[in-house]
Design a protein around this ligand. Structure first.
Ligand code: ADP
Ligand code: MG
Length: 325
């Protein structure tokens, strides 16, 4: 059983940033309005996520850390509105690290804790804790030394963590995020409103006010596929594509089709070695997109790729004022 979890961990949990992604997604799925992260040693010695979400009842703690126990699966596998759905993350993390989870649901007056150490579950015990959930992951990959050898420097792992939190935070402007390392605060993103103004302020918090001041709004729709967000004026471009943030149904994705469409839209406006800065949100019927391609869930398959590409290219060119070319 632990071997199966370790194999799954090999796919889902590549590095500390993958743990952070899974834990933050769980907090958001639980309806958190505040997500506080603390890390040490680039996330390899410690990752702690504190949320104020709906919590987990004590009797469900052992289930939450067991394989394929998800509380999120609906009858229709394509109708995936929450971020998690495989019930794989916590058991995977618990098989390659020391995981502790303490939680107090909103209707409970006491909290409980479970510990998973290299795959072994402790009994659930009562503890004192605030409303919501605290997940701590210590000594990541201590039980899989081969994997540990592949880690980059603490600094590189810490920066990958920051990138993950930034990425997710753009899709949840009304949630407050904080991220701290051993001796400094990396991110402090106060909650803003859900609307376009709020989104632009969150974009300013994450990508810098210089981008939000130089961003063109996008709002277009084609055959039920909606595209909203912001894209940079050509003068505000970058030497790499790291600052292209794209979301499909609220889920951060990195996708070749989308990146290619953005490149094509800017073709006449940017030299080849420059990249646009974007925060784009694609919203469509969950039936028309497959997010189930890989456990890391960053790839997407559209039922109609041409439609999505055409929408992106058309809307960005229109915003740039080059729609005729
Ligand atoms: P998944 O997110 O795919 O369901 P996970 O292994 O990430 O699988 O989590 C398992 C279950 O544990 C979730 O379905 C949820 O019920 C519960 N859970 C995990 N994290 C939290 C949290 N921060 N708050 C409330 N419930 C949580
Ligand atoms: Mg999850």
């Amino acid at each position: 059983e632990n071997i199966i979890n370790q194999i799954a961990a090999g796919e889902v949990i590549e590095r500390p940033a993958s743990v952070v992604k899974e834990l933050v997604e769980n907090a958001l799925d639980a309806g958190a309005r505040r997500v506080e992260l603390a890390t040490a040693g680039g996330g390899l010695s410690l990752i702690r996520v504190v949320d104020d979400g709906k919590g987990i009842p004590p009797q469900e703690l052992p289930l939450a850390v067991s394989r394929h126990c998800t509380s999120k699966l609906s009858d229709n596998i394509h109708d995936i509105r929450s971020l998690g759905f495989r019930g794989e993350a916590l058991p995977s993390i618990g098989s390659v690290a020391r995981l502790s989870m303490r939680s107090r649901p909103h209707d409970a007056d006491s909290a409980a804790e479970i510990i998973v150490d290299g795959g072994k579950l402790s009994p659930v015990r009562p503890v004192a804790s605030n409303l919501g959930t605290v997940v701590e992951v210590r000594d990541l990959f201590f039980s899989t030394p081969a994997r540990l050898k592949f880690m980059k420097t603490e600094r590189a792992e810490a920066s990958a963590i920051t990138d993950v939190v930034k990425r997710i935070s753009l899709a949840f402007p009304s949630v407050r995020f904080t991220l701290s390392g051993t001796d400094r605060t990396m991110l402090e993103l106060p909650a803003v409103s859900e609307d376009g103004d709020g989104l632009l302020r969150r974009i300013g918090q994450v990508l810098g006010k210089e981008f939000s001041d130089n961003a063109l709004p996008i709002d277009a729709e084609r055959e039920g596929v909606r595209l909203t967000g912001y894209t940079s004026i050509p003068a505000y471009s970058r030497g790499n594509a790291l600052n292209q943030f794209v979301y499909v149904n609220g889920r951060p994705v990195r996708d070749k089709l989308i990146a290619g469409a953005i490149r094509a839209a800017y073709m006449d406006a940017l030299p080849r070695d420059r990249h646009a800065v974007t925060a784009l949100f694609i919203q469509l019927d969950p039936e028309l997109v497959d997010v189930n391609v890989h456990p890391a869930k960053a790839d997407v398959r559209f039922r109609d790729p041409g439609l999505v590409r055409g929408l992106l290219v058309g809307a960005i060119r229109q915003a740039l004022g080059t729609s005729g070319t």
